[in-house]
Design a protein around this ligand. Sequence first.
Ligand SMILES: [Zn+2]
Length: 458
Amino acid sequence: MAQGLIRRSDVDLVRERSRLDEVVSEHVTLRSAGIGSMKGLCPFHDEKTPSFNIRPQLGHWHCFGCGEGGDVISFVQKVSHLSFVEAVEMLAGRYGVQLHYEDSAGGKGDRPDFGTRRRLIDAHAIAEEYFREQLRGPAAEVGRRFLTERGFDQDAADHFGVGFAPEGWDSLTGVLRSRGFTEAELTASGLVSQGQRGVYDRFRGRLVWPIRDITGNTIGFGARRLLESDKGPKYLNTPETAIYHKSSVLYGLDIARKAISSQHRVVVVEGYTDVMAAHLAGVTTAVASCGTAFGAEHVKIVRRVMGDSNPSAGLRLNTDGRGLAGEVVFTFDGDAAGQKAALRAFEEDQRFVAQTYVAVEASGMDPCELRIAQGDQAVRDLIETRRPLFEFAIRTAISQVDLDTVEGQVTALRMAAPVVARIRDRAMRPEYARRLSGWLGMDEATVLRAVHDAARSQ
Ligand SMILES: [Zn+2]
């Protein structure tokens, strides 16, 4: 039924002009799979070896794993959770096809307003432009000072699109209303909050970072408190909307995507300023989750972008080169919360854990602080000090104990054995038990027995 809205010949033109390989590449790292064919990890089911195939010339895709398949429009629908009309509109905008709409009475006309998604993205583009303008005004002095103190000049602010949301209640709301956005659209955008007497600006007196989807559309904002009078949280983010889902959003992914794909590595940092500092320091694979911990959905996304597909790579220990399977490097600051987050990663798929590394700065500085204190090279060096997550977890468990005494050794073994026992990979567990015996200065057989006992009681 919805399909009748767009003229059929326009839909055909969209299908013809859209480049399937280009569109798919934004979500899946593709490699050649013979003449006229490419393959990668399926974005629609969880897999370790690629069974997702496309034929760019024919405009067809098919997954031999889950059986999904179709054309470029159905791919966009499925991967971005869009309706048919929204997917056609998105592709039409991208490939320059002018759409014509037929209303239910059979008449023809150009509909200026695309689907909801298009409207929400337009609202965010206007908001971003507005916030960026505001950052240059006198009221934004406090925001500019915040950036300067963290080593970011105007060029850096421009590069990342950083802006300033003024203090008023209807500054942005007024701008959007004047551009024809309805109250319902404002509410759906997440840019406003609902009050007793209507909607008002959600972000007030804050520095704002545009959060973009992988194709570069701004879909939300992260906002940092600046004023004493602001009793809200330090960071305030866009709530869940039709286009913003925090469980799958990664700040910086749009600019990091190419580097992640070519280096088979992603660096996960903790905040907007850390992403900025990392990129400016030359670590162009840095991303951060927004207002939530790095979770299972984020894992799936970075794996797809890395093109992670080597089933045996998880068995390799501590290689110096970059693994074929890709590396995920977490840069937690040294505090307990960061370490807890690292250990929580144990709950994830263990093959992912085997690719996971941790880089912690000795004095507990995050990448932004490190760049201010010691410069760009220090940030790049920090990433190179990464240790495997397993090793980090084991060493964390024994770090509080004095290993110079027998009592200390026994206590440390008791604390670390359960950590090693949680390594489900049968090939890795004895290897880490062997290393643990080295770190503790105890004989291998004793450590192996302790790990074995711990595994049985788990
Ligand atoms: Zn599939």
